[in-house]
Design a protein around this ligand. Structure first.
Ligand SMILES: [Zn+2]
Length: 159
């Protein structure tokens, strides 16, 4: 698919931080936390459910490898580099925010790993991508529930 941004990125190899037979990875240009990366199947598929058994099997080691890369990357340098040639104004805002983030010079304390499966779930690019979102102790006030916070007010089921 030539019009697909994720197919284009892979073809141009721009910003590709890892690749294997089935997947590639990049740092998100609109990071929600320092080190936010995406694992993307090389094959153009829209849905998580379209992955083949072989791709599924490879996903675990791919995610492990990408987490290893996130933890080895100097994230301050990464966003300083992003800011030298920002993708657009919004990306610039997001990357600037990272430089003052509580976790910018730390190793992540946890991860949210997830897929926006379908438009209703927030998918904006129709090429599957698995978000790897590093989390840092103290990065939000109310962390209980994690991804449950995609519905505002419904995250913390203990309160
Ligand atoms: Zn694509």
């Amino acid at each position: 698919m030539t019009s697909c941004i994720f197919c284009k990125i892979y073809k141009a190899k721009e910003g590709v931080i890892y690749e294997n037979k089935f997947f590639y990875a990049q740092f998100d240009a609109f990071p929600v936390s320092p080190g936010h990366a995406e694992v993307i199947p090389i094959r153009h598929v829209t849905s998580f459910l379209e992955l083949t058994e072989k791709e599924w099997m490879s996903l675990k080691s791919t995610i492990s490898k990408v987490i290893e890369i996130i933890e080895k990357t100097n994230l301050k340098e990464l966003y300083e580099k992003f800011l030298q040639d920002p993708l657009n104004e919004k990306s610039e805002q997001f990357c600037k925010k990272m430089l003052t983030h509580i976790g910018i010079e730390k190793k992540p304390d946890g991860y949210n790993i997830g897929v926006n499966e379908g438009e209703a779930a927030g998918r904006t690019i129709d090429h599957l991508h698995i978000h790897i979102i590093p989390r840092y102790s103290g990065d939000v006030k109310d962390y209980v529930g994690g991804i449950r916070h995609v519905i505002p007010g419904m995250g913390n089921y203990r309160k």
